[in-house]
Design a protein around this ligand. Structure first.
Ligand SMILES: Nc1ncnc2c1ncn2[C@@H]1O[C@H](COP(=O)(O)OP(=O)(O)OP(=O)(O)O)[C@@H](O)[C@H]1O
Ligand SMILES: [Mg+2]
Length: 264
């Protein structure tokens, strides 16, 4: 089963990627509707992160197409895709550890607004940028930490800053690759709460191993196995799919991601 194409904001058609003899994306047809809450799941090594990299332009496909608003974006570099609203969360090491939460977000907002920052324009000197940065801080509920430096924050809250920075880029499509990976269980709910509270008009694709999270969040689920779409559909269809169950009961457990409880 594949997704029905139509008013998709982001789509792939026959997307393939090989690393030498290794096939990591195999003829993937995928569609993300405006405002979607779409989870991509699959065992370790299934090709989920590779798929994100193909969408963002970090990797060129071997064949097939990525379409944004129905238009093939093969010719667009990563930053040009970001400008058109296709945004992924940044890796943690892109944060400035010695700067505060607010300052980190300020810098991204300033860049997006085309406002200069630098030696003679200290971070925080533009009120309209500060106001927008504060709005984003509130959106991920980091008000109490706004003045703390990144290295003072627990890991889970650092990941919230990443989400705020992604939001600062005004995404129409937000790609979240395991947003709570590495976050201690006691803290992971703050990430999930922030994701649940994201603006409804942003189309969200989340890669997630925790099936409780997937089934709580997703309105649509795509299962990738060995680079190919095994199944795609509503959560109840996926939960009832024998092939999906076989994958998860067969070798989806015990790989350190805590997946699988309560939905088999
Ligand atoms: N740059 C690369 N060169 C060669 N092989 C790669 C490269 N990147 C990924 N792979 C391989 O492609 C396959 C898919 O990897 P990918 O990281 O996309 O999986 P994943 O589904 O995100 O896994 P996980 O759940 O562990 O994050 C793996 O076998 C991986 O070793
Ligand atoms: Mg991955």
């Amino acid at each position: 089963m594949t997704d029905i194409p139509g008013a998709a904001v982001l789509e792939t058609k026959g997307l393939c990627k090989n690393f030498g003899a290794l096939v990591v994306a195999k003829d993937i047809d995928f569609a993300l509707e405006p405002g979607a809450r779409h989870a991509v799941i699959g065992p370790n090594g299934a090709g989920k992160t590779t798929f994100v990299n193909l969408l963002t332009g970090a990797l060129p496909p071997t064949s097939g197409a990525v379409l944004l608003d129905g238009r093939d974006i093969a010719g667009l570099a990563e930053h040009e895709r970001v400008k058109r609203g296709l945004v992924r969360t940044f890796q943690i090491n892109t944060l400035f550890n010695g700067l505060t939460v607010l300052e980190n977000i300020y810098l991204t907002v300033a860049e997006r607004m085309g406002v200069a920052t630098g030696l003679f324009r200290p971070v925080g000197s533009r009120p309209e940028v500060v106001a927008e940065a504060e709005r984003l801080v509130e959106m991920v509920q980091l008000q109490d930490d706004a003045g703390k430096t990144i290295d003072e924050l627990p890991y889970g809250r650092q990941r919230l800053v990443e989400i705020a920075i992604a939001l600062a880029l005004e995404p129409r499509v937000l790609l979240l690759d395991e947003p709570s990976a590495g976050v201690p269980g006691a803290e992971s709910h703050i990430i999930l709460d922030a994701i649940a509270a994201l603006p409804a008009d942003i189309a969200i694709m989340i890669i997630e191993h925790d099936m409780d999270v997937v089934f709580r969040f997703a309105e649509r689920i795509t299962v990738l196995v060995s680079g190919a779409v095994l199944a795609s559909g509503a959560p109840d269809e996926i939960a009832a799919d024998e092939r999906v169950r076989a994958v998860y009961l067969g070798h989806g457990h015990g790989q350190g991601h805590g997946q699988g409880q309560g939905h088999g």
